[in-house]
Design a protein. Structure first.
Length: 145
């Protein structure tokens, strides 16, 4: 089990299952939503994500008709995204985790959108878009690129 929280600690989350398909996403939308060079995201089954505290503080931004980005209305910490094209899973922001995790990122994605000052210092594969095994999956539009 993993624990997570927002910056102000008014929202607490438990994740009872594995985190899968972890990537570093360099698309402009992920950069803007984190205020950083990239977002590190992973998927969990919806049934494995439990809001322990602060559910009433979760607000949403819907950039299109099929996705919503959930965040803390107090501190604006991004928490997780939902996509109607992938209804069984949510995409979480790994920066909110308080626990160490066993899983590791598998790639850098949307590298053609990366910040020009960002340098890769690891040996993970780099992809112009989604990693090849997900490029045809229904969740391929999850970042609304």
């Amino acid at each position: 089990m993993y624990t997570a929280s927002c910056l102000c600690a008014e929202i607490e989350i438990q994740i009872t299952g594995p985190i899968t398909d972890i990537i570093h996403c360099h698309c402009s939308k992920c950069r803007k939503s984190t205020g950083s060079a990239y977002a590190t995201n992973g998927f969990v089954l919806k049934q494995d994500l439990l809001i322990v505290k602060g559910e009433s503080l979760i607000n949403s931004y819907c950039p299109n008709t099929h996705s919503s980005r959930h965040f803390c209305q107090n501190c604006a910490s991004p928490l997780y995204n939902e996509n109607s094209q992938d209804p069984m899973r949510v995409r979480i922001r790994l920066g909110m985790l308080d626990s160490d995790i066993a899983e590791r990122p598998g790639s850098h994605n949307f590298v053609t959108s990366k910040a020009n000052w960002d340098k890769f210092n690891d040996k993970l594969p780099h992809y112009k878009g989604q990693e090849p095994h997900r490029s045809e999956a229904p969740s391929a539009a999850e970042c609304d690129r």
